[in-house]
Design a protein around this ligand. Structure first.
Ligand SMILES: [Ca+2]
Ligand SMILES: [Ca+2]
Ligand SMILES: [Ca+2]
Ligand SMILES: [Ca+2]
Length: 349
């Protein structure tokens, strides 16, 4: 599994820097200096455009049906003087240009949406289940098509790290929430899953939204291409405090690390007492339990607007669902768990 968080790449850079610095006393080798992000992005933009304007894909194959796989996508280099054959589309004519700011650098990247997907859509902090392959665009421009990472069997990735576990590169966190997962799935007698109407696409990304100076792909500053199927996702609650992690992004800037209500240097999404009032967040939410007996054809409960499922256990067709509801007992717009002046423990009432 090669997809790692950038932070670890940076750590590696620091370590390399120390190693190289130590050597400097003995010889005259130069310090490792990471490329300037803005300068690198300008080069990467040229590489991405060069690739997208010189390659086409089998678009006709995907015109009917919604159950295609990433392995069905065939990208071919356009030979000099050749026109794009019928049933195919030049990548540049099919992709959508997207922009973002990351590490104070303006980035451009491209997404080819082949199928949106028929299910729900993950939040940027959720876990996704995908099939995918990743390859180097720089290598492809040199005529070498090599996959550096792939999984044809479904595999899970966290879109948001808690600072300790691995998670994906930035581009995945940006792109996955813009697709939908499959609408349903079936498991056959051999345990093989079949997914209906999954999200299917390709992302073409500059090194700055990938591994940048890291060498996970075999070389630094690689522009990358990921073909993927978004199969399923799960809502993540990193600190298990009952509030889904995406809701702990209080300022809504798609960054959970910069939200720290009690300013204790533990961001809300990994803080079990978000307002620091010594009543745990989980205790400042109103608990409910639902019993759904599927043997009696009981229907699942419809959850309230501020109600979230925290656990589900099924025994002999009887489902026990526990939920929490965000309370704002003084109606001042700040929920109890973020209001240090309110200390009601709903699990002791
Ligand atoms: Ca935020
Ligand atoms: Ca905190
Ligand atoms: Ca929290
Ligand atoms: Ca409180």
């Amino acid at each position: 599994m090669k997809i790692k968080i950038l932070r670890f790449s940076l750590l590696l850079v620091v370590l390399l820097n120390i190693l190289v610095s130590c050597k400097n006393d003995d010889d005259d080798s130069v310090d490792f200096v990471e490329e300037d992000r803005t300068e690198q992005q300008a080069k990467d933009k040229d590489s991405l455009i060069a690739y997208l304007t010189s390659h086409y894909y089998n678009s006709g194959f995907f015109e009917t049906g919604t159950n295609h796989k990433y392995t069905d996508i065939v990208i071919t280099a356009l030979e000099e003087g050749e026109t794009v054959p019928d049933g195919h589309t030049l990548l540049m004519s099919a992709v959508e240009l997207r922009t973002t700011t990351y590490f104070e650098t303006d980035y451009e990247y491209y997404v080819l949406n082949i199928n949106q997907g028929g299910g729900g859509s993950p939040a940027f902090t959720d876990m996704v289940r995908v099939r995918y392959s990743g390859s180097s665009i720089n290598e492809a421009l040199d005529g070498n098509y090599e996959t550096f990472d792939s999984s044809v069997t479904p595999i899970n990735f966290n879109l948001q790290t808690d600072g300790f576990s691995f998670s994906v590169i930035k581009a995945w966190q940006l792109v996955m929430p813009t697709f939908n997962a499959s609408s349903s799935y079936e498991i056959d007698d051999n345990g093989i899953f079949t997914f209906t109407n999954p999200g299917l696409g390709i992302m073409f990304i500059p090194s700055g939204l990938g591994y940048f100076s890291g060498t996970s792909t075999g070389s630094s500053y690689d522009n990358l291409m990921f073909k993927f199927e978004l199969l399923q996702y799960e809502v993540e609650d990193h600190d298990s405090d009952g509030v889904p992690s995406y809701l702990e992004d209080r300022d809504g800037d798609l960054d959970v690390v910069d939200d720290d209500t009690d300013e204790d240097f533990s961001p809300n999404f990994i803080d079990i007492d978000d307002d620091g009032d010594n009543v745990a967040t989980l205790d400042e939410l109103i608990p409910s339990t639902y019993i759904v007996n599927t043997n009696n054809n009981d229907e699942e409960p419809v959850l309230g607007a501020n109600e979230y499922e925290i656990s589900r256990v099924t025994i002999d067709g009887v489902i026990t669902i526990k939920t929490v509801t965000i309370a704002d007992s003084n109606n001042d717009g700040t929920p109890d768990y973020l209001d240090e002046t309110i200390t009601i423990n709903y699990n002791e009432i």
